[in-house]
Write a protein that binds this ligand. Structure first.
Ligand SMILES: N[C@H](CCC[C@H](N)C(=O)O)C(=O)O
Length: 261
């Protein structure tokens, strides 16, 4: 049996997308997802998503990490599935869709490849030593790191993700360097268990943590550089709650093909 798939990437965070509404296969087991996401034995991706129909929303996003397990919210995946929904003709310039952390609004730029995705509001930020720990749809640990380009993100990220505090549930570990007019962020992702080229919920967590660190309030716009490109985070902070949080960046269709089961 053949299942049609699409490959998308958003700032180098890459995903396999399947239109569940027409897929002859309705469930893919964890092992098969892991194999499809494998960069040597499969298509290669940081995660796999199903776009499925929903009675109250334009569509629903079902997200799996590269290890085959259902993930929490994926911000770049969310932007990619919005581009996918547009490609399929389900939506035009705006959408309200459902993901694992609740409803999301998103808008698509005129040129079509720049997606602005609204993320959940946030009011709780915890500390773990010098790090900030917060949930932007996925759990994130954010710590500042100088000379980040030369830093060993894989080994340091892996150590934090697997320490006694986070071992059981896991956490995504973000290292951030304030470079003046923008942040530079590198992320070790749970569920991929490796550094990825970008993590949307992670850069959102980084921008929020730095604003908190600097006691900034009002409407805040933060350009962010990641290994796979440029993203932008915008939000409002009144000193208590982070609202109108938007993750903005590119999302592109790379190729499509058939998976034979
Ligand atoms: N790449 C994602 C995060 C995926 C979430 C996953 N790593 C987890 O914690 O389940 C993003 O752009 O936000």
């Amino acid at each position: 049996m053949d299942v049609h798939f699409y490959k998308y990437q958003g700032a180098g965070n890459d995903f396999i997308l399947i239109d569940h509404r027409i897929s002859p296969i309705k469930d893919i087991d964890y092992e098969s997802i892991k194999q499809l996401c494998d960069r040597r034995f499969g298509i290669g991706a940081d995660g796999l998503m199903f776009l499925t129909a929903h009675p109250e929303y334009d569509f629903e996003m079902l997200y799996f990490n590269a290890d085959g397990r259902p993930g929490s919210m994926c911000g770049n995946g969310g932007r990619c599935i919005v581009a996918f929904a547009k490609h399929l003709g389900i939506i035009d310039k705006e959408t309200d869709f459902l993901a694992v952390d609740g409803p999301h609004y998103a808008r698509i730029s005129e040129k079509g490849n720049w997606i602005e995705l609204q993320m959940i509001d946030l009011d709780t930020i915890n500390r773990d030593g010098k790090a900030y720990v917060l949930n932007t749809g996925s759990p994130h640990y954010v710590i500042q790191q100088q000379d980040l380009i030369n830093f060993d993100v894989y080994h340091n990220g892996k150590t934090i993700r697997n320490n006694d505090t986070y071992k059981e549930n896991g956490i995504n570990v973000n290292f951030v360097e304030d470079q003046g007019d923008h942040l530079f962020v590198r992320t070790f992702e749970r569920g991929v268990e490796d550094e990825t080229y970008a993590c949307g919920t992670g850069v959102t967590a980084a921008a929020i943590s730095i604003a908190k660190h600097k006691n900034q309030t009002g409407h805040i716009q933060t350009p962010v550089k990641v290994l796979g490109g440029d993203l932008k985070i915008t939000f409002d902070y009144d000193g208590k709650q982070f609202t109108n949080v938007f993750l903005c960046g590119p999302a592109e269709r790379v190729f499509e093909g058939e998976i034979t089961f």
